[in-house]
Structure formats: C-alpha cells, structure tokens
Design a protein around this ligand. Sequence first.
Ligand SMILES: Cc1cc2nc3c(=O)[nH]c(=O)nc-3n(C[C@H](O)[C@H](O)[C@H](O)COP(=O)(O)O)c2cc1C
Ligand code: SF4
Ligand code: SF4
Length: 264
Amino acid sequence: MNLKVLYFSPVGTTKKVAEMIATGLEAESVDWIDLTVPSNRIGGLSFSANDVVLMAFPVYAGRVVRVPRYYFKQIEGNGARSITVVTYGNRAYDDALLELSRLSAKSGFEQVAAATFVCEHSFDIGLAAGRPDVSDCDIAVSFGKTIKQRLLDGKVGSKVEGIIDTIPGQFPFRTQFRHDFGGPLVPETSVACINCSKCTKKCPVEAIPLDNPMATDSKKCITCYRCIRHCPVQARKVNLPDFIDHAEWLADNYKTRKEPELYL
Ligand SMILES: Cc1cc2nc3c(=O)[nH]c(=O)nc-3n(C[C@H](O)[C@H](O)[C@H](O)COP(=O)(O)O)c2cc1C
Ligand code: SF4
Ligand code: SF4
C-alpha cells in the first residue's frame, strides 16, 4: 500500500490521530503531506489509483477548517482511495465530515472509510483535555487495521456510495455555528514579547509579520492557536471579552465525553 497522509494540524492533535490510523494501516511506504506549512500548499497534488490517501483535518465552527478546504481545488484524486477524518473539540463536528467526504468525491477519490475523533480543544479551556488519549489511540489503530484488512479482501469498493450516505450533516452546509465576537478574532501580543519570531515562522497562513510580531493580519488569521501554543513567554492571547465568554460557555456545556465515530 502507498499511503499518503494529507493533514492540517495547527496544534498537533489531528496529526496524532493520523499517526495512529497510519500505524494500523501498516503501509509499506508513507508520505506525510503537512498542509499546515504554507510552502507545502504551493502547487497542486495529483494522486493515482494505487494510492490510499488519509485526509485528516480539524473542525472549525462546524466545517472543515478553511485552509485545507480551499486547497482541495488543487487536488486531483484520479481514483485514489480516500479515508476522511475530522477532529473536533468535543462540542460537535456538525457538517464537517460530510463536507470533507464531498470534497474527496468531487476531487476524484474513491472513499473507503471515514471517522471523527475528539481531541483537546485548541482554545486551551480544559475541554477534552488530554485527548486523543489511550482509548482514542487504540480505536484509531484498530480503525486503520480494519481498513487495511478490507482493502486486502477487496471489500471496500462496493461500499463507496454507502459510506457518504451514512454520514450526518446538512447540505447545503449550515453557517449558524459562526459567531460574531464584535471584533477580529486574532491573538494580541503583549509587552512580554521577546521578538523570537517563533510565532511568525509557525503561523500556517503567514499572518504575523517577521519584523512586527505585535501585528497580526486579521484578514488572514484563522485563530488556530498555533502561535499562542508556541510562544515561549506566553505573550500571545485572544482578549475579546465576547470570545472569552464563549470559550467559558463551551467549557461548561460540553463536558460530557464523546467517543470516536467510525464509518466503514
Ligand atoms: C477557530 C476554531 C473553531 C473550532 N470549532 C470547533 C467546533 O465547531 N466544534 C468542536 O467541537 N471543536 C471546534 N474546535 C476545536 C478543534 O476542532 C479541535 O481542538 C481540533 O482537535 C484541533 O486540531 P489541531 O490540534 O490539529 O489543531 C475549534 C477550534 C478552533 C481553533
Ligand atoms: S496568527 Fe492566527 S492563524 Fe497565525 S498562528 Fe496565530 S492564531 Fe493561527
Ligand atoms: S513567539 Fe512570542 S515572544 Fe516570540 S515573537 Fe512571537 S509573540 Fe514574541
């Protein structure tokens, strides 16, 4: 099996889930394509019918995060088999798995499986803390093993249309999960900043100028929390009061543990 792992993972939890599924798939060769890195999104990607492509992206506001979603215009599946996976922070994945599965089909992939996994919420509010945990990782590895066996048995091709039909979600996709926080939802930089430029180098959308980490381009920023997590002196923070209230509301109202869901 030629496995290609196409992922976007600002905070790293989606990558961890993808690693576990890839472990279970036991491919002879694995290419990791990290779409979090802007230079990896220059130019298109073309796959072949011999490839198995694991796609793993986080849910933002009930949809597939927009950076890899937009990048799909440059992807040609050419009959490669796809496994679509979305990760989310224990609120809900809403339309995201359906959206990813539709993108996969539209780009010429033959979908063989899909899944959702709960991961620690990027907002760092204690929601789904520590996930994916041991149980999630075990499920991810065994999901990969099951797919591998089905591919070997030649059992997956006939189920392609069946999988997408069983995935919850609404099309046309809903937009009501987006919130108005009364201002651009971007991190601010405090005077603690030591100008190390880590945030600039890590930003997936090049929203932080190298010569001025105090400034963040609100048109580019996707509020992914990557810069906040990598700042060595905790100088970056989203300070909007409405957003802080929303984050607290999430933490209070979505404590009940959700489990991975597998579509095979
Ligand atoms: C801007 C933003 C919006 C999010 N929206 C949702 C959501 O609608 N539902 C949910 O359960 N989690 C949501 N999350 C949480 C992420 O989907 C989750 O933490 C994911 O695991 C992050 O992946 P990463 O660690 O690879 O960056 C959101 C996170 C961010 C940053
Ligand atoms: S500036 Fe915005 S998009 Fe860039 S890393 Fe920070 S939160 Fe993410
Ligand atoms: S990572 Fe933190 S300390 Fe370094 S430049 Fe960015 S804000 Fe400043």
